[in-house]
Design a protein around this ligand. Structure first.
Ligand code: SF4
Length: 214
């Protein structure tokens, strides 16, 4: 059973917010207004299902700000995202720097945290804050991220960060939980259809070291 509140839609039994329902409710309400959305894009496979879900509601711009991703891997993922965008026309792209120093500063002292812990929270915040700033400075109506597509990433943490940045930068956060409604499965199907490169680790040197150990 669901109930609406000022901040969204809650499942009464689980006392958890349904960010996907809230996103779709917002998108439906804005339908036809052609709002501009800046979406932080982590890679082509995740972006595929997110863009598909939103493309009829927003004019989407992808923002590949991922200073966390190691150099060679970064170039590979970025090129694949551009190829996907050119192939589908579901978004356009906005370029930005690959400032690895910003990542290492943001996670200083948190290097040994487990995946999904405090290091990742700092990593999400860094990427979302840069996206919010870019959106505010360039007149976008909304900003959001593809990060919630991953079953390994906590939508509650990501949405809390998004709402905090909405206040700081005065640009609206589009709540999201793209893994809902079979989002992850859809990304697998679209990846197959478009022959997308799918990485097997999150992207930073620490996540690769964990992969190498296992
Ligand atoms: S594991 Fe992923 S989310 Fe966590 S710090 Fe590394 S790149 Fe960022």
């Amino acid at each position: 059973m669901f109930a609406k509140t000022a901040r969204g839609v809650y499942n009464k039994n689980m006392n958890a917010q349904n960010y996907n329902a809230l996103m779709l409710e917002t998108a439906e309400r804005l339908s036809g207004e052609n709002n501009r959305l800046l979406i932080h894009a982590c890679c082509a496979p995740c972006s595929s299902a997110c863009f598909e879900r939103l493309k009829t509601y927003f004019k989407i711009t992808a923002f590949f700000y991922n200073p966390n991703i190691e150099d060679g891997e970064y170039l590979k993922r970025k090129a694949e995202l551009i190829r996907f965008i050119e192939q589908t026309g579901w978004a356009d792209a906005r370029d930005c720097e690959h400032d690895e120093g910003a990542f290492y500063s943001a996670v200083k002292g948190l290097e040994n945290c487990r995946e999904g812990g405090e290091r990742c929270r700092a990593c999400f915040k860094l990427r979302l804050e840069r996206t919010a700033r870019e959106a505010a400075e360039n007149g976008y109506d909304y900003f959001t991220t593809t990060l919630t597509l991953s079953p390994l990433k906590d939508a509650r943490i990501i949405n809390e960060i998004g709402y905090g940045l909405e206040k700081k930068y005065a640009v609206k956060w589009l709540p999201c939980d793209f893994k809902k409604s079979n989002g992850y499965l859809r990304s697998l199907q679209l990846s197959e259809e478009h022959k997308l490169y799918r990485q097997n680790y999150c992207g930073c040197v620490y996540s690769r070291q964990t992969l190498d150990k296992n």
